[in-house]
Every structure is written in C-alpha cells, then in structure tokens.
Design a protein around this ligand. Structure first.
Ligand code: HEC
Ligand code: HEC
Length: 320
C-alpha cells in the first residue's frame, strides 16, 4: 500500500475492505481457520487420506499392523517398543507439552524432540517441500492419528491443534535437517547432470536406485558384496533438498541405522559413506540433489526407502 494520507482516506469503505481482507489473511496465517477452508475439509477422515497418500507418512510409519514401514516409530501398539498408541504416549513425551502440542511440534520441528532409538534428522518437516502439506492437511492428519489412538478427535481438539500450530505460522522453510540454524535456499540443479555425477562418483556402487537406467559397468560379485548403502528409490518424495545435500557433504550428520543384522551402514559410530565435500564442485552437488529429488516413485516390487532387506523383514500386515 502506498502512503495514502489517512485524513483523506478517512474510514472509506475501501479502507475497511482492505482491513477486513488483511484481517482474514492474518487469521489464515495464524492457523485460525477451523473447518472447511480453500484446501478442503479438516477431519480425521481427510487425514486418513493424507496419511496413506499425499503426506507420505506411510513410507516411514505404520499403525499397528497396518502398513509395511518398519524403520520409524509405529503409531499404534507394537511391543516391546510401543506399548501405547501415539496419541497416548504423546502426552508423556515432553514435560510441559500437552499431547496435541507435542504432536504439532514433532511434525513442524522434528528435531525438537527425537524419539529414543531413532536417528535425528530423518523425520522430515512435513510442511516443507517435497511433502509440503498445508496447515489444514496437517490438522487433519493429526486428527486421524488421535482418532486412531482411540481418543476424541472433535471440534475442541481441532481448535487445540490450530492454536498449537500458531507457533509455527510463517516459519521460514529450508532449515537444514540437523543444523537447527539458518541456511540458504538452494539454486535449481539439473537432474540429468546429477545422474551423470551419480555415475562418475560411483554412488551406484553402494546405493541401488530402481527405475533409472544407469549407463555403468556391471558390478562384479565382490563389488555387490561390498555394497553397503540403503536403497535410494523414492527418496525424492520425502526428504528436503537440504537433507539430501547434507547427506552428500556430511554423511555423519545423520547416520541411518542398518535394518539388517550385519549393521553394514556404520562402524564405530561413523558412516561408511565417504564425504564428497572435497571431491565435488558445488554445481555437481546441486545437480546431484536435483537428481535425488527427482526419485519420487516408490518401487513397484519390494525394497525401497527405509525398507529392511528381505531377510530381516518381519511379518507384515496388509496396507489398506
Ligand atoms: C522419511 C521418513 C518419515 C516420513 C516420510 C514421516 N516421518 Fe514421522 N518420523 C520419522 C522418524 C525417523 C521419527 C522418529 C525420530 C524423530 O522423533 O524425529 C518420526 C517421528 C514422528 C512423530 C513422533 C512419534 C512419537 O512416537 O513420538 C510423529 C507424530 C510423526 N513422525 C508424524 C509423521 C506424520 C504425520 C507424517 C506424514 C505427514 C510423517 N511423520 C512422515 C520418519 C518419517
Ligand atoms: C562406500 C559406500 C557409499 C558410497 C560410495 C556412497 N554412499 Fe551414500 N550412504 C552409504 C551408507 C552406508 C549410508 C547410510 C549411513 C548414513 O546415513 O550415512 C548412506 C546414506 C546416503 C543417503 C541418505 C539415505 C536416506 O535414506 O536417508 C544419501 C542421500 C546418499 N547416501 C547419497 C549418496 C550419493 C549421492 C553418493 C555418491 C556421490 C553416495 N551416497 C555414495 C554408503 C555410500
């Protein structure tokens, strides 16, 4: 708005209109909207959809026996680690935070409290790309988890979630997974160039990627045997650019636990992945991030992100 002298403008209908519009905008920003909004209905039913599809939660989390992900916290009852559903244990996670406040914090700022036994930095901030849920979708998915825990997911709880979300309104995106501090927005990379870097840097020697044609020499049985990294198929659908960049430049920032019994991923607390910070140009790293970011498809048959190897895979329930 320009500097219109208020005396002249007075309380004209235009000015009132502007203030009303601004108020509505700020109200939206503060997460004040309860039910029906532009992005759809807020409800546990809407949240169920978000959980299994757009929100990608089921890539990493199961609920009791529903779903096939086994490497991140189960949201249902899964002894010995999880003896009560997430809505109940949420109340005990952080002194001073209610269950709702904890659940909200754990999706916007996952590093604020890390579930014991799980790595820091792997839970992705779901309001940022690539998942990029709206505040309403987040309200819905949390209502779904609360309802799944056998608790009321009514209007009162919806308002409690909305007010806990205000703390995170307008929070700048692109905070690096593990640095808890400022970081820059990354320039656009070239995914095709990134594929070339993936091949010349021999990332494929440790990481399987399904659905991408690599022009690389066939790996010998010894090389396959030495292959130690997690499969990267589908990683672009869930992890932020900063997570991907950090994985390349500083593999020790987040060390994934190896789901297989031989614990190949790390040795004495250090990742077996070499750091590429010294051998790579910034452009190559950016292109590589674009390539990894393009890996959005979940694998058709087995394997994939965060899945255990076939031998260690426990019995699974059917996904709905
Ligand atoms: C890339 C894997 C990944 C995805 C995708 C993911 N999470 Fe998580 N989540 C984790 C990990 C790992 C943890 C445990 C470590 C931590 O607390 O940060 C976690 C922890 C949580 C917790 C805390 C659980 C507890 O027992 O205290 C909540 C709540 C949560 N996630 C919700 C969600 C929701 C909702 C979605 C989907 C919109 C989602 N997550 C998507 C990996 C993921
Ligand atoms: C010597 C084997 C090895 C090589 C070569 C290697 N990595 Fe890794 N990488 C690993 C291991 C082991 C892990 C898991 C442990 C960890 O978190 O650091 C990992 C983890 C990752 C992750 C995180 C995966 C996830 O699910 O969160 C990414 C991304 C990654 N590597 C990308 C690359 C890229 C890109 C290259 C090539 C520039 C590369 N790696 C080369 C062994 C390797």
């Amino acid at each position: 708005m320009g500097l219109v002298p208020l005396k002249i403008l007075g309380f004209s209908s235009t000015a009132i209109g502007i203030f009303v519009a601004l108020g509505a905008y700020l109200f939206q920003l503060s997460g004040g909207a309860g039910f029906a909004t532009a992005s759809g209905e807020v409800s546990a039913e809407a949240g169920e959809q978000v959980f299994w599809s757009k929100g990608k939660c089921s890539t990493c989390h199961s609920i009791g026996d529903e779903g096939s992900a086994v490497r991140c916290p189960n949201f249902g009852v899964k002894p010995p680690q999880f003896n009560e559903p997430v809505g109940l244990r949420a109340a005990k996670r952080k002194p001073g935070l209610s269950a709702v406040e904890y659940l909200v914090e754990s999706v916007y700022d996952p590093g604020a409290f890390v579930v014991p036994g799980f790595p820091t930095g792997v839970m992705t901030p779901i309001h940022q790309p690539p998942i990029g849920l709206t505040d309403e979708e987040i309200r819905s998915v949390l209502l779904f988890l609360i309802a799944k825990s056998g608790l009321d997911a009514d209007e009162v709880v919806t308002q409690q979630i909305a007010s806990a979300q205000r703390r995170f309104a307008g929070r700048a995106p692109a905070v690096a997974a593990n640095q808890g501090g400022a970081s820059l927005r990354l320039p656009e990379g070239d995914a095709e160039e990134g594929l070339r870097v993936f091949q010349t840097m021999r990332c494929f020697q440790c990481h399987k990627v399904q659905g991408v044609a690599l022009d690389v020499p066939e790996l010998s049985p010894e090389q396959l045997e030495a292959s130690v990294g997690p499969e990267l198929t589908g990683i672009g659908a869930v992890q932020t650019q900063h997570y991907l960049l950090e994985s390349i430049l500083n593999p020790n920032a987040v060390i994934l636990p190896d789901p297989s019994p031989d614990q190949k991923y790390s040795e004495e607390g250090a990742s077996k992945m070499p750091s590429f910070g010294a051998s790579m140009t910034f452009q190559e790293a950016i292109d590589l991030v674009a390539f990894l970011g393009s890996l959005k498809e979940a694998p058709a048959a087995g394997g994939g992100l965060l899945q255990p190897t076939a031998e260690s895979r426990p019995a699974q329930g059917a996904a709905p």
